[in-house]
Design a protein around this ligand. Structure first.
Ligand SMILES: [Zn+2]
Length: 320
């Protein structure tokens, strides 16, 4: 990652930022959202908004490394429900202290100061929405008019693009299938406090919780352990994994009925379990989706950790 990439002061660059629960990544990106250089630091979410913003500024300084180039814009994907019009956090999990209400766009603009070109936009959106924008511009959904991107990891997140545009909704949660009521999850509590939602069984934490509810080995402490046990033939682990994946497939069939996306793209750590996850997920989708929706491609994301950064870069250029 070392070495100057900012060749001339006239190079047009944006700063792309991905603020996640555990780490914050930042990159300099060119006009095509190509990441020229990336830096990462722990998020310090528990220390409050000022610490989170100061991490972003520290990463920007490291990336520019004394270069005279100034940033043409900044695009940020941030954890939580985000008002993308004002760049303010609407709500978030407890991981982030005092995060709801934080005017991230304004704070980052003020803190970056002279690193920004005059009038440079600072735009903020939800991190999975940024991920969706990345996969839509440059990844598994490139060329599609519409796509539902679902991240299945520790939690479940989603981003929705219809007619080429990100859909946010009246309350900034359009497409957020994590909290769809999902048959088979009634016995599990969702992080939102309710029971029976997709995230309660379909996330990595949900998969493990369901495994324990079925009477699975208490020495297995996470989804990775459940997947490994399933691979070794543990019947409870296999059942939990099948149920968890099927819940996702069922929810996707419901979401497809409402939005009818051209493609569905799945990202995150849980799908990396492989066929033991994808096959029951696809089977459940095929069982529930009406005939017209059966051909909807359900594809793995291709950009990985670059997706939210490339999407954030695209959002900055779009705001210029
Ligand atoms: Zn919920």
């Amino acid at each position: 990652m070392a070495g100057p990439v900012v060749s001339a002061p006239s190079s047009e660059l944006v700063l792309a930022v991905d603020i996640g629960g555990t780490k914050t990544s930042a990159a300099l990106a060119d006009r095509d959202d190509v990441l020229l250089r990336t830096e990462t630091a722990p998020t310090r979410a528990a220390e409050g908004p000022a610490a989170v913003v100061s991490t972003v500024v520290g990463l920007a300084r490291r990336l520019l490394d004394g270069s005279p180039a100034r940033l043409s814009g900044v695009g940020i994907g941030a954890a939580g429900v985000v008002n993308a019009v004002t760049g303010t956090i609407v709500s978030a999990t407890d991981t982030f202290a005092d995060w709801p209400g934080t005017p991230v766009a304004r704070l980052v603009r003020e803190a970056l100061g002279e690193l920004l070109s005059p009038g440079a936009p600072v735009v903020v959106q939800n991190d999975v929405d940024a991920h969706a924008e990345g996969e839509h511009r440059h990844g598994a959904a490139a060329g599609a008019d519409s796509v539902l991107v679902v991240a299945v990891g520790t939690g479940v997140g989603a981003g929705l693009i219809l007619d080429g545009r990100a859909v946010r909704g009246a309350h900034h949660v359009a497409g957020e299938i994590a909290h769809l009521p999902t048959p088979g999850a009634e016995h599990l509590r969702c992080p939102c406090g309710r029971t029976g939602h997709l995230e309660a069984i379909g996330s990595g934490i949900g998969l493990h919780a369901h495994f324990r509810w079925l009477g699975g080995d208490p020495l297995i402490v996470d989804a990775r352990g459940v997947a490994a046990a399933a691979a070794h033939g543990d019947p409870i682990a296999r059942r939990a994994l099948g149920d968890s994946a099927a819940a996702v497939g069922r929810a996707l069939a419901g979401a497809a009925t409402i939005f009818d996306p051209e493609r569905i793209v799945i990202t995150g750590g849980v799908p990396k379990i492989g066929d033991a996850w994808w096959l029951p997920m696809r089977r459940a989708f095929a069982a529930d989706a009406i005939d017209a929706l059966q051909p909807t491609p359900i594809l793995p994301g291709v950009l990985g950790d670059d997706a939210p950064l490339r999407g954030a870069a695209a959002s900055a250029w779009r705001a210029l």
